[in-house]
Design a protein around this ligand. Structure first.
Ligand code: NG6
Ligand code: CA
Length: 537
């Protein structure tokens, strides 16, 4: 056996330790990282931090990750000026758990799935108020913090059903954000409204909002009863209340003046983000932008309709690129770009059919949303969890492509460190401080393994070149039609017997080598079990 795992373990604890080695100077701008074996280049001042997370954007969906039929010049430029990771991971292959991990530094599967699985639009807040999250720690350290776009982490305390007609709390403001302009869950789930801080935007009190995920409230047409009213035909699950010509998951009544228009969502995210950048004041800022594309329902704003070669999914990815570009341009215009660390990523892998018959599957041609990786959203295969991950900070991050492993769960400790914020390993138990990886202070793989999570609580261990996936008997098939046209055999996530892949030799996870390397499989199974049992705080 080589000594490599031990060395890696040592450097991982260095990654942990460096979080305690941060010294904050007397002034707001005085931050220094002490040097050590894995230390980053000295950070002499704290940057603004902008984290942009796309929704269901696959590893192969951007030009800089090999897409040719979809054009993403703005994100490609960002990548060319920064570091582009080829082993960036969403800790889960769905939204809520990934975003939970990103803000808390804890794997979501440590918490009950009903709190951190894919949440309905009326679910209570999944993060306990008072917890030192990434935004909370940055806020305490003097940052002005904002969340704009997709939330999907629940709202309200759960003691009563959340009332969208009154003050909505706890929510983003209680877990670290000074400002938010969000939609509660997903665009395909009711209520289809914007919330600014703790109130629904544009609500007429004479037309109160009611929401139910249990039964049809009865007053408004549903996709099930009135398919002729639909702009996009949908499956049964997505055939609830029709809002703006699109049926959603769940039932909504009232709030007519507050309902969003799908073709204005991206522009609203841009407008609110730019306003945030223009008005954040003297403090450094932390802005989280949850872009909606290319999640369903896919409705492009007029300038993007028909612009890609691969149908509406390509069109909305190009729209997403525009939206990211507008926000980046605002940084330039406001002379903030030099002082801003920008992170761009996605919450989980891609999917073609996800409830709406929008032609995405039929028009995909030879475009490979997961870049040739196996599987897609919902699954623990690489296609479900490996995502684009880009970071730019002029003068601090030298342009490069990195093969170092990085999980979005690491953003808590890493950005906390860079922002001079204190987040203890107890508060963020699964997050490694990879500031030195991000800033190029080391070429070592400080994260040599990571746990990946799929629906039905399937877990997998990615370690070195290896990937171990235990058998699961309780899988369910949610999405049909794989990310790759030939992928249909991989529908669902039921895994009848354990799998072992060597990703160095077999990046597409095609050949199960468990019979050839039983000891490696046993080692990884044990390691996964140990990590799973680690008690969270
Ligand atoms: C699934 C929905 C899917 C999507 C997903 C959440 C069904 C059958 N499918 O349950 O359409 O909304 O949840 O996606 O209901 S995510 O990116 O926010 O995790
Ligand atoms: Ca998603």
């Amino acid at each position: 056996m080589s000594r490599l795992p031990n060395l890696l373990a040592a450097s991982q604890s260095a990654a942990r330790r460096s979080r305690r080695m941060v010294v904050i100077g007397g002034s707001v701008l005085g931050l220094m990282v002490l040097s050590g074996p894995a230390a980053a280049p000295a950070v002499t001042h704290r940057p603004n931090i902008l984290v942009i997370v796309a929704d269901d954007l696959g590893y192969g969906d951007l030009g800089c990750y090999g897409a040719t039929r979809i054009k993403t010049p703005n994100v490609d430029r960002l990548a060319a000026a920064g570091v582009r990771f080829t082993r960036g991971y969403a800790p889960s292959s769905t939204c809520t758990p990934t975003r939970y991990s990103l803000f808390t530094g804890e794997y979501a599967w440590r918490q009950p799935a009903k709190r951190t699985g894919i949440l309905p639009g009326d679910a209570p807040l999944s993060i306990e108020p008072g917890r030192v999250t990434l935004p909370e720690a940055l806020r305490r350290a003097g940052y002005f913090t904002g969340a704009i776009g997709k939330w999907h982490l629940g709202l309200g305390d759960g003691r009563t059903t959340v009332d969208f007609n009154a003050r909505i709390a706890p929510g983003p403001l209680e877990v670290g954000f000074n400002y938010c302009h969000i939609i509660p869950a997903t665009v395909d789930r009711v209520p289809s409204v914007w919330i600014e801080n703790d109130r629904v935007v544009g609500l007429d009190p004479a037309d109160p909002i009611k929401v139910s995920y249990e039964h049809d409230l009865g007053d408004e047409p549903t996709g099930l009863a009135h398919p002729e009213m639909l702009r996009q035909r949908a499956d049964k699950q997505h055939s609830g209340t029709i809002i703006n010509g699109i049926s959603r998951i769940g039932s909504m009544q009232g709030g007519k003046s507050a309902r969003f228009k799908d073709e204005e969502l991206a522009s609203t995210v841009v407008k609110k983000s730019v306003q945030f950048l223009e008005s954040h004041g003297d403090k450094p800022f932390f802005l989280y932008v949850g872009l909606f594309e290319p999640h369903v329902p896919r409705v492009a704003e007029p300038p993007f309709v028909g612009t890609s070669e691969v149908g509406v999914r390509g069109d909305v990815i190009q729209q997403m690129d525009w939206a990211a570009g507008e926000i980046l341009q605002a940084l330039d215009r406001l002379h903030l770009a030099e002082d801003t660390l920008v992170i761009f990523s996605s919450d989980n892998g891609p999917v073609l059919f996800d409830g709406y018959f929008d032609g995405a599957k039929e028009s995909v041609k030879d475009h490979r949303p997961a870049g040739g990786l196996r599987g897609w959203k919902y699954l623990v295969y690489e296609g479900g969890c490996r995502v684009p991950l880009i970071a730019r900070w002029p003068g601090h991050i030298s342009p490069r492509v990195s093969e170092q492993m990085f999980s979005l769960v690491d953003l808590t400790a890493t950005l906390g460190d860079i922002g001079g914020a204190k987040i203890s390993p107890k508060d963020s138990p699964d997050s490694l401080d990879l500031a030195s990886v991000l800033l190029g202070g080391t070429t070592a793989d400080l994260r040599d393994h990571t746990v990946l999570h799929g629906i039905s609580d399937t877990l997998a261990l990615r370690a070195g070149d290896w990937k171990y996936i235990p058998a699961t008997q309780h899988g369910e098939a949610t999405a049909v039609g794989g990310a790759n046209p030939s992928d249909d055999r991989f529908v669902g996530n039921r895994i009848p017997s354990p799998l072992l892949f060597n990703l160095h030799d077999d990046p597409a996870e095609q050949v199960n080598v468990i019979a050839k390397f039983p000891e490696k499989a046993a080692e990884l199974r044990q390691r996964l079990e140990d990590i799973r049992r680690q008690v969270s705080h």
